[in-house]
Ligand binder design. Structure first.
Ligand code: UTP
Length: 407
């Protein structure tokens, strides 16, 4: 793209300020900026908080497969899952492109050491959990790791340095998620350098389309992978490629499954798996009306009582049909470092604009059916979002201790 073309594109989207410092840039910087303008989609920025209507349809409950029922069928489900893993049909996808802002570390969240008497990194805990399944199935399964521009190199270097925590290197594949521009409240993109538009990772909803873009579908097809278990970096107790979960999803003829836990309270900040206009969907706790919060099912239990923990199983063929453009855009307020009108770099101490994200949870609404599969929260849910307090390093350490994991 040359200067004239860039000018026209920016003019169309009302973003001409991007070229304000063009004259001051070196030849290389000019080229880099023109390339960034060419590849940037400014279309989403026309939204602002007020006119995004991620309106929900009619919400009704979706019964979860609960612990008791799972226990009754555990042997059968596990056998199906293990066989599917041995046939190479299951792979895992670790979403590790987030910024981990709340934890407040400059390094990728997975590099955080939660150990007390020894080093125990978050990535290490996840790999240890995967190794349990590798031993049980006596077979390796592929792991895809999504990173972002901001943490890719550090993540790859760390896995190398730690020798993949004992996992088989040939089975680990990294890919970088896309970035999108971050803007002020009027939708004007910020500049983080005179020749660079401020960007942030595009959320965790783009993982499959990015895998596709990066050519990983070739590997999936070649190796015959049929199921992808996608999970977040921060839950250090979760079971990954859990044979019983895989088997239960297959045995029940579902194209997707979601691990869920009983909510600690109706107001707990986790999304509940339900039906929306008859299709599976996740409704956030703040979207539930008081009436829904109190609604009971025929067994007298709360009807919207199962929260998702960002551990989903998807049939790969079904994922291929999900079009990115169908996922709603979430607009999140954020502190965005930027150049002010005098060209001075500013790191704001409060939110000053929006980042634009799509979310993996919205993919659930794109599939025909999804099995809500209950797991015991004290055994499988120890998310690390904050350094202390709720969902923190402290609470996760305590849960690890309860599960006999040495730290
Ligand atoms: P969170 O919503 O907890 O975001 O991500 P975060 O970036 O890790 O943390 P905060 O909100 O800044 O404190 C849930 C999961 O989705 C991944 C994260 O790495 C985490 O595993 N994620 C999030 C991505 O892979 N890419 C993104 O753009 C955002």
């Amino acid at each position: 793209m040359d200067y004239q073309q860039a000018y026209k594109k920016l003019e169309r989207y009302g973003q001409l300020h991007v070229l304000k410092y063009y004259g001051e840039l070196t030849k290389e910087e000019k080229q880099a900026l023109l390339a960034q303008i060419e590849e940037t989609d400014f279309g989403n920025l026309k939204y602002c908080r007020d006119n995004v209507t991620n309106k929900k349809g009619k919400i009704t409950p979706l019964a979860a497969m609960q612990l008791e029922q799972i226990e009754k069928n555990r042997e059968q489900y596990t056998a199906i899952g293990l066989e599917t893993i041995r046939q190479g049909k299951v792979a895992a996808v670790l979403l590790a492109g987030g910024m981990g802002t709340r934890l407040g570390s400059d390094e990728p969240k997975g590099m955080y050491d939660i150990g007390i008497t020894k080093e125990v990194y978050i990535f290490q805990r996840l790999v240890e959990n995967m190794m349990d399944v590798v031993r049980q199935a006596d077979a390796w399964f592929h792991l895809f790791v999504m990173t972002s521009d901001k943490n890719h190199q550090m993540t790859v270097d760390f896995f190398e340095e730690m020798e993949y925590f004992g996992y088989k290197k040939e089975y680990v594949h990294f890919f970088i998620q896309d970035m999108v521009p971050a803007s002020d409240y009027e939708g004007k993109v910020y500049m983080e350098e005179k020749g660079k538009i401020a960007t942030s990772p595009n959320g965790n909803g783009g993982w499959f389309s990015t895998m596709n873009k990066k050519g990983l579908l070739g590997l999936i097809r070649k190796t015959g992978i049929e199921w992808l278990n996608v999970f977040a970096v921060d839950n250090v107790l979760q079971r990954i490629a859990d044979p019983c979960f895989v088997g239960a999803t297959i045995a029940n003829g579902c194209v997707a499954g979601a691990k869920v836990v009983k909510k600690a309270s109706p107001d707990e900040g986790v999304g509940a798996l339900c039906l929306e206009d008859g299709r599976p969907s996740i409704v956030e706790y703040y979207e539930l009306t008081d009436e829904m919060k109190e609604a009971k099912n025929e067994d007298g239990e709360l009807a919207y009582n199962f929260g998702v923990i960002l551990n989903y199983l998807f049939n790969e063929k079904v994922l291929e049909k999900i079009v990115d453009g169908k996922l709603p855009l979430h607009i999140v307020e954020k502190q965005i470092p930027y150049l002010d009108e005098n060209g001075k770099y500013v790191e704001p101490d409060k939110p000053n604009g929006y980042k634009y994200e799509t979310l993996v949870l919205d993919m659930i609404h794109q599939v025909d059916n999804c099995l809500p599969y209950e797991v015991e929260r004290s055994r499988e849910f120890a998310p690390i979002k904050n350094p202390t307090g709720v969902d923190s390093v402290e609470s996760a350490r305590e849960l690890c201790r309860l599960n006999g994991i040495e730290l």
